[in-house]
Design a protein around this ligand. Structure first.
Ligand code: ADP
Ligand code: TRP
Length: 322
C-alpha cells in the first residue's frame, strides 16, 4: 500500500476498529462480534488494531498486557481473519496515534470530556480516574481519524466515542482547514445477545462463558453447567446456544426425540459445539508467537505509512513543521 489517496479515489470504503486485548474470548464474542465482522470485512479496506495503549488506562501488569496482546492477535487469526485482506496492527507501534491524541486534547475542553459516559461508568465502578482514562476519547479519535476512516464497527456502548471523534475532526478542520474525514459508526443492533450458561448475557465478567478455544473437556464442563430450570420440554438456554450452530429444521427432530431429557440434549450440544469449534481451536494452537509478531510488524508498518502521511499534513497545518 503506498501513499494515502483521498477518499474519493479509493475503490473501497475504509473500515477501522479497535480490539481491547482483554483475555480469553468466548462464543458470545465470536457470534456477537467476530463472525459478523468476518462476514463483511473484505467489502472494505479494513484496519484492525489491537489497542494496547488504551489498555494501559486500566492495566498495569506488563506480563498480562503482553500475554493478552499476543492472545488477541492469535485469536483473530484463528477465527479466520486474513492479514493479507486486512491491516492487522498494534496501536503502540504507530506512535502517530499518541501524537495526534495530544493535538486533539489541546482542541477540546475538560467540561466536554467530562460528559463521557464510558469514563463516568468506569470511575463509578471504582477504576482509578487517571488522566489517560479521562483523555481516552481523544486517543480513540486519533485512532480513527489518522486513516480517513469511513466506518467504525463498534458495540452500542461506543456510540458516544464516535461522536467525540467526529467532534475532534470538526474542531481541527474548523481551526486549521479541511484535514479529517468525519467517520460513521456501524452498530449491529440486530445481533442477538448470546446467553451464557446461567441464561444472562454471556460475559467474561459474569463467569458464565463457553470459551472459544477451550478443550473438549472445558466445553463439556461449561455446557453441563447450563441452567435448565425451565418448565418447558425444551431447555431454552441449551437450545439458544444450539441454534447458533444448527438450523431450526436440523434441531427439531433432535429436540423432539429427547423431549425433556436435558442431559441427552446437552450431550448433543457438546458434540456439535466441539465439532464446530475444533478447526478454530486447531488453528489457534498452531499459531506461534513468532507468527503473531510477524503479522503485527507487517501490519504496523503499513499503518505507519498512512498515519505518517496524515501527520505530515497535520504538523504543517499546526505550524510545527519547519
Ligand atoms: P465481555 O462482556 O465478555 O467483557 P466485551 O465487552 O469485551 O465482552 O465484548 C467484546 C465484543 O463481543 C463486543 O463487540 C460485544 O458486543 C461482543 N459480545 C460480548 N458478549 C456478547 C454476547 N453475550 N452476545 C453478543 N455479543 C457479545
Ligand atoms: N473503545 C473501544 C472499546 O472499548 C476500543 C477502541 C479503541 C476502538 N480505539 C478504537 C474501537 C477505534 C473502534 C475504533 O471497545
Amino acid at each position: 500500500m503506498t501513499g494515502n489517496p483521498s477518499a474519493s479515489l479509493r475503490p473501497r470504503k475504509r473500515l477501522l476498529t479497535g480490539l481491547q486485548p482483554s483475555g480469553q474470548l468466548h462464543i458470545g464474542n465470536y457470534f456477537g462480534a467476530l463472525k459478523p465482522f468476518l462476514d463483511t470485512y473484505k467489502e472494505y479496506e479494513s484496519f484492525l488494531m489491537v489497542v494496547d495503549y488504551h489498555a494501559l488506562t486500566t492495566l498495569r501488569d506488563p506480563q498480562a498486557l503482553r500475554a493478552n496482546l499476543i492472545d488477541a492477535v492469535r485469536s483473530y487469526l484463528a477465527v479466520g481473519i486474513d492479514p493479507k485482506e486486512a491491516t492487522l496492527f498494534q496501536q503502540s507501534k504507530v506512535s502517530q496515534h499518541t501524537e495526534l491524541a495530544w493535538v486533539f486534547e489541546c482542541l477540546v475542553t475538560v467540561p466536554f470530556l467530562m460528559q463521557a459516559h464510558a469514563y463516568k461508568d468506569k470511575v463509578a465502578k471504582g477504576l482509578e480516574p487517571n488522566a489517560g482514562l479521562f483523555n481516552y476519547p481523544m486517543l480513540m479519535a486519533a485512532d480513527i481519524l489518522l486513516y480517513d476512516t469511513d466506518i467504525v464497527p463498534v458495540g452500542q456502548d461506543q456510540r458516544q466515542h464516535i461522536e467525540y471523534a467526529r467532534e475532534a475532526a470538526a474542531k481541527f478542520n474548523n481551526a486549521f482547514g479541511q484535514t479529517f474525514t468525519e467517520p460513521a459508526e456501524k452498530i449491529s443492533d440486530e445481533i442477538a445477545v448470546i446467553p451464557g450458561t446461567d441464561g444472562k448475557k454471556m460475559s467474561k465478567s459474569y463467569g458464565n462463558t463457553i470459551p472459544l478455544f477451550g478443550s473438549r473437556d472445558e466445553i463439556a464442563k461449561a455446557v453441563m453447567s447450563i441452567v435448565t430450570d425451565s418448565d418447558s420440554a425444551v431447555p431454552q438456554n441449551v437450545y439458544a446456544i444450539h441454534r447458533l450452530i444448527r438450523s431450526e429444521a436440523e434441531l427439531a427432530p433432535l429436540y423432539k426425540e429427547h423431549e425433556g431429557k436435558y442431559k441427552a440434549l446437552k450431550e448433543a450440544l457438546i458434540e456439535d459445539l466441539d465439532a464446530y469449534l475444533l478447526p478454530m481451536r486447531e488453528r489457534y494452537n498452531a499459531i506461534t508467537e513468532a507468527d503473531v509478531k510477524a503479522v503485527l510488524e507487517d501490519g504496523s508498518a503499513r499503518a505507519r505509512e498512512i498515519a505518517e502521511t496524515k501527520m505530515k499534513d497535520v504538523r504543517a497545518k499546526l505550524g510545527v513543521a519547519l
